[in-house]
Design a binder for this molecule. Structure first.
Ligand SMILES: *Cc1c(COP(=O)(O)O)cnc(C)c1O
Length: 393
């Protein structure tokens, strides 16, 4: 390790850097959440009800959609959203090959046919590859706003035409925008997740469907509640997937801070960008992510590409640097999809990314010192040496 003139040869080990630290966020909202929870505890209205109605309106307005329907988690939001839009057996649904498995799982649970497509150099669904996979049976395309940056929704709409359903998987992108469109308000229907680690996270599981279609909204409200809105009304076979009041209260309080927290993520991403550009000027294999022109990236994850990832990952672990891989295999190369007979080679870029991507610590409130420690450790891990002291003291 390169030392500065002022440090001793045996500088104390630096504290570990967690991959995700929600402590500051939780502390910030705790007093307001407790007040709201006290009110809910006095009314015993725990499932759906006025807190959920209120959050649904706030979140719909925030996302630029006319309706939000709160459900149990993001995976259910995808499945119910697809079903509410009429997707089922015999329909082909195109999804990006590199996404969290839930995107593909929801398509398969609807009984539809999974059609993976390749992604671009920014990890987002490639409209050109989508164009090549369109058939007369294509009913929907799921644009995943992966890592917090919106997929090219406007371009995808041009490519698929007006009759194919444009679905957003907005689980990682609350607050993101692109070309004047907003995450969750850009497609025919969107699904998002309030898993605690997402940019807008609950204190447990939660999710929502977003749409500006009255028909999709009404059907989603039925499907989440045993096929009917009123008790013992069962117009069709639905399921039980409802947002609860305690989570809605947390989300409503957190929504007022979301833009500020996303701005902190954005500042941290800019800092990583500068630190990496200096420390890896001589290592072209280290690929940093970028914010596209016209886009507001909300940096759910900060994903770099590294050479020899197993060795780099082991070295980061030894240095106490939290990190992740999102995701280790594309959806068509998982044991769960083996029965579909999809082959390696159908999404070459996604397949190449899967072997090289590595997610660095990213959360609102990550400090400059923590980020410098991460980049220094990454430099040592990748190049076997620390960055020059002049670059990172
Ligand atoms: C988290 C996530 C989901 C699933 O959300 P859950 O609330 O965990 O069910 C779906 N898609 C993507 C891209 C996600 O990141």
């Amino acid at each position: 390790m390169t030392e500065t003139l002022t440090s001793t040869p045996t500088a104390p080990p630096r504290p570990p850097v967690p991959f995700l630290d929600l402590g500051a966020q939780t502390a910030e909202v705790e007093p307001e959440v407790r007040e709201r929870w006290d009110r809910i505890l006095r009314t015993s209205g725990f499932v759906l009800g006025p807190e959920v109605d209120r959050f649904e309106s706030e979140f719909a307005a925030y996302s630029g959609a006319r309706h939000a329907v709160g459900v149990g988690n993001g995976t259910d939001a995808l499945e119910i959203g697809l079903q509410a839009a009429g997707i089922g057996a015999g329909d082909e649904v195109i999804v990006p090959a590199n996404t969290f498995f839930a995107t593909a799982e929801a398509v398969l649970r609807c009984g539809a046919t999974l059609v993976p497509a390749d992604v671009d150099d920014d990890y987002l669904l490639d409209p050109q590859d989508v164009a090549e996979r369109l058939t007369p049976r294509t009913r929907a395309v799921v644009a995943v706003h992966l890592y917090g940056q919106m997929a090219p929704v406007a371009r995808l709409r041009e490519v698929v035409g007006p009759d194919v359903l444009l679905v957003e998987d907005a689980a990682q992108s609350q607050g993101a925008g692109r070309d004047g469109l907003r995450s969750g308000g850009a497609g025919d229907v969107a699904a998002t997740s309030f898993y605690p680690g997402k940019n807008l996270g609950a204190f447990g599981d939660g999710g929502a469907i977003l749409t500006s279609s009255d028909d999709i909204d009404q059907r989603a409200r039925r499907l989440r509640n045993h096929g009917g809105v009123d008790r013992y009304e069962h117009l069709e076979v639905g399921t039980n997937s409802r947002l609860d009041a305690l989570q809605a209260a947390v989300l409503s309080v957190k929504l007022t801070r979301l833009d500020a927290w996303n701005a902190q993520r954005s500042a941290a991403a800019a800092r990583y960008g500068a630190l990496l550009a200096e420390a890896f000027a001589d290592v072209p294999e280290l690929v940093a992510p970028r914010e596209l022109p016209g886009a507001t990236h909300v940096w759910h994850l900060y994903v770099v590409q590294v050479p020899d990832r197993p060795a780099v990952s082991a070295a980061l672990s030894a240095a106490g640097i939290g990190h992740g891989i999102h995701y280790p295999a594309p959806v068509h190369l998982l044991p769960a999809t083996a029965h579909l007979g999809l082959r390696p080679g159908i999404a070459p870029r996604a397949e190449a990314h899967a072997a090289r991507i590595l997610s660095l610590p990213m959360f609102p409130g990550i400090t400059e010192a923590q980020q410098e420690h991460v980049v220094r450790a990454l430099r040592t891990a990748v190049a076997g040496e620390a960055a020059p002291a002049a670059v990172i003291p």
